[in-house]
Design a binder for this molecule. Sequence first.
Ligand SMILES: Cc1cc2nc3c(=O)[nH]c(=O)nc-3n(C[C@H](O)[C@H](O)[C@H](O)COP(=O)(O)OP(=O)(O)OC[C@H]3O[C@@H](n4cnc5c(N)ncnc54)[C@H](O)[C@@H]3O)c2cc1C
Length: 458
Amino acid sequence: MDVLVLEGRDRVGGRVNTTFWDGCPVDLGASWLHDHEEEHPLSIMAETLNLRLKNTLFEDGTGIDLKGNFIERKKVDKGANFLTKLIVKAIKRRRNGKWNGEDLESLLKAETDAAGWARPTVQSWCADFDFEFGVSLSKLSPAAINKDWVDSAQEEGEDYNMVFLDTGYKGIIDGIISGQATENKFMRTRIPASLAGAGVERTKRPLHIELSHKVLEIIDHSRLGEASRRCTIRVEVGNESSSEEKRIIEIEADAVIVSVPLGVLKSRLMKFNPPLSAPKLAAIDAAGMGNAVKVVMEFDKVFWPTSSEFLIIADESLCSPYVPSSEPQNRGLLTIFWNLTHVWGKKILVGYGLGDAAETIDQMSDSELETLIHSRLQSISAAASKINPANREYNLLRWHRTKWSSDPFSMGAYSYVPKGVNSTGMFCYYQTFYSNSFTLVTLQSSQLSFSLFLFFIL
Ligand SMILES: Cc1cc2nc3c(=O)[nH]c(=O)nc-3n(C[C@H](O)[C@H](O)[C@H](O)COP(=O)(O)OP(=O)(O)OC[C@H]3O[C@@H](n4cnc5c(N)ncnc54)[C@H](O)[C@@H]3O)c2cc1C
């Protein structure tokens, strides 16, 4: 069987995009393998490729307030524990049939007094959860929290088995493209030997990928009653960022697998002929596509505390425009920083714009964002200067922000279960995709779906 991958961008990887800063891998999209364990397909791939994994201690954070004071470690921990306990409690109540279909944030607020809820460290951790789900908790269905999450949250000392790769996620992508990653025990058990010779192959074979091939339309002739041909794909060929004129070509295929992000399907920019069925469109519209922004910053020196993997900004005053307030659009405005000195020994921080705050950052001009960056850095340097006065001064050499939401090939960061949808509803949506014979496969945020756009060609 011949397989051709049509990729709209001029690079592979999709929402996996490893860049290099001072020689160290910095992922602008996915960074972590979640729920890393022996049987996880990505962990198996990493093992097959001999990639080295590093653990992340997500709860290893140094708290700093906006005035440049360290927040006591126990207060930071208390904020995290308070929120985790609330979630577990709220979800358990939901399991007992007391959930009325509200959003997760209302459910949590209902479990606490206003003072506890408004606590800055709690709001900082809310921002962290906004990041995990790509959306403010106020838009998220409690159905997004599954049993595994609750179970692992209750295990003392468990840090959700989050690991990252010493090559960045690129290591996995390179392995998939070369065919090396998929020759492994997972694939062997998933593709039975009886299918060998029936066109199903799991041999090490490099993928045939055409870059800058943006799919505009997929015509399924068999469903249009034209028996002579199967599928035609109309493709725009040409680099998105180049001013060169693009050309339209048509490719014939036996079958098509579509794995574009949910955001692209929501935009309806890609046409299907015949159109997608009403249940599929309803499923596409109902699932939510969230947002997340990463801001990578490189400095002339390390001026921040390096003992923890994360720096967490919270403030007791709740009166500055940039505090992690209880308003979702403000509480995650660069309030968590991944400390790459701790990880790679480099002078690099990665700040996050989380949930609704990611939208706020998307709306900012470069100079507005730079002002925000410096206001955060000044809090950090003021705290750090109490350890060493030289930490007062720093130079930001360069910075870069991601724009996943406006990128026409992603139109968002990752999907979420919106409020009003329960787990049964979500299951029905997935069923809608799986059960239909038109080979549309759209698994947003699935750790099994790779950045491939596959066409099986005659
Ligand atoms: C900021 C950020 C952080 C993340 N962090 C993590 C993390 O730590 N861990 C984790 O597990 N996940 C994380 N994710 C989610 C993860 O990146 C995605 O779930 C995963 O990459 C989805 O893979 P996919 O192949 O389904 O989609 P994508 O990776 O988006 O691939 C879809 C492909 O389709 C192509 N395409 C789109 N439209 C067209 C078209 N018209 N024609 C041709 N090609 C087209 C795209 O260019 C892309 O290559 C993160 C995502 C973001 C944005």
